[in-house]
Design a protein. Sequence first.
Length: 191
Amino acid sequence: MLYWFIKIILFIPFLILFPCKIVGKKNIPKGKAILVCNHISNIDYIYLWNYIWRKQFVLAKQELFKGKLVTSFLKKMGGIPVDRNSINISVIKKCLQVLKKDKILTIFPEGTRNKTNQDLLEFKAGASIFSIKAQAPIIPLYIKKRPHFFWINKVVVGEPIYFDETFKSEDGTNRTNQIIREKMLELKNKK
């Protein structure tokens, strides 16, 4: 309830502050899906949150979850705290539960903001693992430019990518990451 209340209240202000055109939104299925997006600023998620009208659960660095009030709020808003340096079984279970309930899980596979001139940093394995275990499609997204107040940005949504059990090995995870990466780079170059 709080999620939708906050979303409705902030929709117009975010629309004005961070105008954006979403291309390919029809590629997001009605059921479970994993949205993977490049990460170039602290406010990247605002574009996805404000312009995609389904509740999203998002992996967020645990450093954001400070204090009981902030932690409670972020969790109600769909935040899942993750330690970027170690594997946590409870986080894996939570993500798989989200997908089992046909919800959307949002992941920035680079694991941190990209402050370099590279198009994408190296990917973490999470999105690939969750996709294979939950049989959930990966939906690649690409935010075209760094956000600035009142500047129109563009987010391109790619077609779903499906991975099966044949990708379950470590080598398979590396291949899935490479496939996702290539699809995201194709979106970057899309007009």
